[in-house]
Design a protein around this ligand. Sequence first.
Ligand code: BGC
Length: 763
Amino acid sequence: MKNRVILLLVFAVGIYFISTIYSNSNLKESNLPKSWKVNDEIINLKIDSLIKIMTLDEKIGQTVLLTSTRDVTGPSVNKNYERLIKEGKVGNIFNAYGAEFTKGLQKMAVENTRLGIPLLFGYDVIHGHKTIFPISLGESASFDLEAIEKSSRIAAIEASSEGLHWTFAPMIDIARDPRWGRVSEGSGEDVYYGCEVAKARIRGFQGSDLKNINTILACAKHYAAYGATQAGRDYHTVDLSDRELRTTYLPPFKAAVDQGVATFMTSFNELNGVPATGNKYLLKDILRNEWGFKGFVVTDYQSINEMVAHGIVENNKDAAELAINVGVDMDLQGEVYSKYLKELIEEGKVSEDQLNITVRRILELKYALGLFEDPYRYSNIERQEKNIMTEEHLEAARDIARKSMVLLKNNNNTMPLSKDTKIALIGSLANSERDMIGSWSGAGKHKDDPVTVLEGFIEKIGKENIFYAEGTKLNRYMRRTDASNKSGFNEAINAAKKADIIVAAMGELQSMSGEASCRTDLDLPGNQKELLVELKKLNKPIILILLNGRPLTLEWEDQEMDAILEAWFPGTMGGHAIADIVFGDAIPSGKLPVTFPRSLGQVPIYYNMKNTGRPIDPNEKVNPYKSMYLDNPNSPLYPFGYGLSYTTFQYSNLVLSNDHITNTKEIRVSVNVKNTGEYDGEEVVQLYIKDLVGSVTRPVRELKGFQKVFIEKGKTKTVEFELTGEDLKFYDINMDYVAEPGDFKLFIGCNSNATLSSEFTYQ
Ligand code: BGC
C-alpha cells in the first residue's frame, strides 16, 4: 500500500505541473461546501491529477455501488462483488459493516487495483446503528431537536466505528398519507418542522468536520415527493403542481443542502410523468443550478433500471444514458453504469466530461473523509469495541424513547401507575424483541439486545406483580377482519381477572410499516380490538400502549380505553422507557408530528389545509352545502402537535412587541406558560400563523416556531419567539418566493388547534 501511495503522490506532483498548464475549468468549478471544512485547493489539485490518470473503466468503477451479501435490503444482489472490487469495477459497497469485514473488503480495493482508490461503505443507519433509537417518526414526536441530533451523532459514532463512512439518512420526505408505510421513516407532515429535523439529523451524522473519524456522510432521501405517492401505495405515481412541490415537498431538501448534506438519493416515484431518477427538472435545474448542491447523487435501489418499467425508456442502456445526463452520479445496485457507460461514451451519447464531473464529486467526498490518507481509518476493532452500545448510548436511547412517547388519553389520571399495582400485561407485542426496534433498524440485533415491555415492567415492579398473556397473534399480511382466531383470548381474560389493571401492548408488527408496507386499513390489525372488547367486559381500567409506525384510526379505542400511550417502535431501550412513563419515573412530553384521522375516509388529512370556499361553521349543527362529510366531522381524532402530560399547562399573556413586521423589522412574541398540575414537566409551546389574504390561497394555519420547555409544578415560564418577514414568505401567484403585505393572525398553544391568538400586519 505504501508503495502505491508514494507512486500516486509522485504521479500527482508531476500531473500538478501539467495540470496548471492545461487546467480543465469544469473540474475546478466543483468546490466543497464550507461545512465540510476541507482544504479545497489541495484536494482539487489531487483530484485533477487522479482523474487525469484514470482509465475509463476505473472512472466507471467509481460510479458503481453494490451490496455485500452481509445484509440485503432490496430485490437483487451480485454475489461476485468481491471479485469486482479487486478488478476495480466497483468503487463503493453498501450493507457491509463491522471493522474486520470492512477492512477486508477495503484491502481488496487498495491492494489489488492499479490506483488503490479506497472504497466508500454505505448503510441504512436510519435510527441508530447498533443502539437503536425510536423510529424516526417517533423521535420526531419528541419535538426535541437536541435529542434528535444527539441520536444521529451516536448513530454516527457507532457506525463509523464499524467501518461505515456513509448513511442513507435522513429520510426527509414529508408524508401526509398514513397508508404509506414509509410515514414511519420521516418526521411527519409539517414542512417547517421537517426542515428543522432534517438539519438536526445532518448535523448529527456529519458533525462539524468530516475529517473527524466519528463522522459519516449523510444522504438526503428520497428526492423527491416520494411521500405524495397516490393512494398511499409505495412506489406509486406522484402528480403535483409546481406550487405544491415547492411549498410542501422540496423545502426539507433545500434545508439539507443549506446544512451541507454530502449526498442525495433519488426516489423511486415518477413526478409529473418523469421518474425522479431521470428528472432533469429536479436534478439539474433545481438541485444543482438553483440550490448549488455540490455533493453526489446516488440512485435508490435499481431506480435507474426501473425507468424501463415506468415506460420512459426502452431498455437499461437508455436508462443509464438518461440518468447520467441529468446528473445521477452513482448507480445503487442497478449495474447499468458498469454495463453501459463505456459504450455510451464511445457512441458520444454521454460525454467523458460528464463522467469526470461525476467521478470528481465522489472522489471529493472520499478525500473529505480522509480515506486517501488512511483507507482503513474507519475500520478499527478497538474503536468498535469501545464505542458500540455503551452505557451512555443506551441511556440516551432510553431518554429519547421516553421523550418521543405521546400520551393520547389519560382519563381520571389512570397513569402513572403505582408500583404495587397488580398488572395484566396483554398482547404479543409486549414480549417481542424484534418489534421493539422497528423497521430499518440498522445493524441492531433482533434478539437479546432490545428490552421488551414485559422485561421493562418486570424490572420496574417485579415478576410477581405481572400476569402476562399473549392473547392475539399477528402476521404481516393480516387485516383487521382476520379476527376469527380467538384461541388466546381465554388465557388473556384469565390473566386480566387476577389483576387490578389491564395494560394492553398492541399495534403493528414492525414489518407492517416501513418500505413496501402499505395498508388500506388503519385500524388495529388482526383481532386485537376484539380482544379489547372482551377485556372491557371485566370492568377494569385498561391502558392501551401502542407500538406502531403510522397514525392509526382509534375512535373506538379513544372512547373505550382509560388511557392510551403512543410509544411507536421505541428502540433498544423501549421496554424500560415505556415502564418509566407508565410508572411515573418520567413524564410524557411528546406531541404528534402527524395528524391521527378518525377514519380512513378522511385521508389525506393534515392540519395546514386550505379553508375552501365553503368552510363549515363549527357552531352550526347542520351545515348544508358545506365542505364536510355526512358521517364524520372534518376534524381529526388527534390533531398535529397534540399530546398530553401527567401535568397541565395554562397559557396566558400573549404579547407582541409590535403590531407589524417589515422586511427589516421583526416582531418578538412572548407568552406565559404555567404548570398548573401536580408534576414538573415539559411542554412543547407551538406558534402558528395564518395569512388572511394572499395572491394565492393560504393554509388555515402554519407552524412557524416551537420550543420545548421544562417547567416546575406551580411555576410559570415566559416563552419568547421572533417572527421576521422571512417567516411569512410563500410562492405567490407568479411563483416568486415573497412575503405579501397584509394582515396575519397568530396562535400560540399546546397543539395545532391553539386558540390564544393575536394579530399583526406585514408592511
Ligand atoms: C430504499 C432506500 C434504501 C435503499 C438501500 C431502498 O429500497 O428505498 O431507502 O436506502 O433501499 O438499502
